[in-house]
Design a protein around this ligand. Structure first.
Ligand SMILES: Cc1cc2nc3c(=O)[nH]c(=O)nc-3n(C[C@H](O)[C@H](O)[C@H](O)COP(=O)(O)O)c2cc1C
Length: 180
């Protein structure tokens, strides 16, 4: 059985709700990224924007199982100013060497997920194996739930079908028998 961990950073609770739903549906454990410096009020919001504009890696505290012990890690984080939220940037840069396969969920109001995926690929030196973006509204009103759970199902089969190394499959892989 492949082990999958869901790691989320959530500023206003939307990503937390998505991560909890995905994890509970599949029986996957959760890890949470916390800000070391609380982002409250106007100054907190401004810091979110500046982290994005300056591509900063704000200090974080990770609470959860060791990500390197898992075959696949689903990361869940919001878009801030058209970029990946700073705390997830910190998490990926600090853990890139430990993460085997990464799938990515981005939450947003309308735009910026593509930039977040591109940045994850740069930080990990490998593209996420599966990505999905959800509007805040889709998580709030439940209209995104079936797509979210389908994402988890697809990930479960995708990670079973891939060789353990963090690299794209090649034609050579296809001629090898799969060891499940
Ligand atoms: C400072 C800030 C900047 C944001 N910038 C964007 C943006 O560029 N594009 C977008 O679609 N949503 C943007 N949003 C909306 C967030 O992506 C949305 O609130 C978030 O996905 C909700 O997830 P969370 O509750 O887990 O933090 C922004 C939100 C904040 C607080």
């Amino acid at each position: 059985m492949e082990k999958t961990l869901v790691v989320f950073y959530s500023y206003s609770g939307i990503g937390r709700r998505a991560a909890q739903l995905l994890a509970s549906h599949h029986g996957w454990p959760l890890g949470e990224i916390h800000d070391v410096h609380r982002r409250a009020g106007f100054a907190g919001g401004l810091r979110c924007v500046l982290d994005s504009l300056l591509r900063r890696r704000p200090p974080i505290r990770y609470e959860g199982p060791e990500p390197g012990d898992f075959d696949a890690v689903v990361i869940v984080s919001p878009v801030w100013a058209y970029q990946m939220a700073g705390p997830m940037r910190t998490f990926l840069s600090e853990n890139a060497g430990r993460l085997r396969r990464v799938a990515q969920i981005t939450t947003m109001n309308g735009a910026g997920a593509a930039n977040a995926v591109a940045e994850a690929a740069r930080l990990l030196h490998a593209a996420p194996i599966l990505t999905a973006e959800f509007l805040v509204r889709e998580i709030e009103d439940g209209s995104g739930t079936s797509r979210l759970l389908a994402f988890g199902d697809a990930l479960a089969s995708a990670s079973l079908a891939q060789p353990p190394e963090r690299r794209a499959m090649t034609e050579a892989d296809l001629s090898q028998p799969m060891s499940h």
